[in-house]
Design a protein around this ligand. Sequence first.
Ligand code: 5GP
Ligand code: ZN
Length: 113
Amino acid sequence: MSDCLFCGIANHEIPSEIVYEDDKICVYKDIQPQAPVHVLMIPKKHIASLDDTTDEDQELLGYMMCKVKDIVKLMGITDGYRVVSNNGDDAQQTVKHLHLHILGKRKFTWPPG
Ligand code: 5GP
Ligand code: ZN
């Protein structure tokens, strides 16, 4: 999608610190990290949010979830981590391209803010 920030990052049109990519996903450091490790995993396919997924996306979403552990290992996280996906206004989703926040290397509290 041409006016989407995260599509721009996935297409290498907008600079970012990419830590992993393949044909399906791109993972890069969040510009405003909320933990010592804070990366965003996105599908290269533009999907605005979980609301916009279809049954065709099941394999892609499963792929993303199963890739999390590899990224966690790559980033040197050893003692647990948090995966967050903000969807819609109440959750304060600011970028309308589906993404998983992967956060680690600090203690987290629950419930989240
Ligand atoms: P959301 O609030 O939609 O769940 O998360 C969007 C995330 O994207 C935020 O954590 C924000 O810091 C990050 N972000 C916004 N703009 C950029 C950017 O240009 N580059 C990178 N790497 N991250 C960004
Ligand atoms: Zn996009």
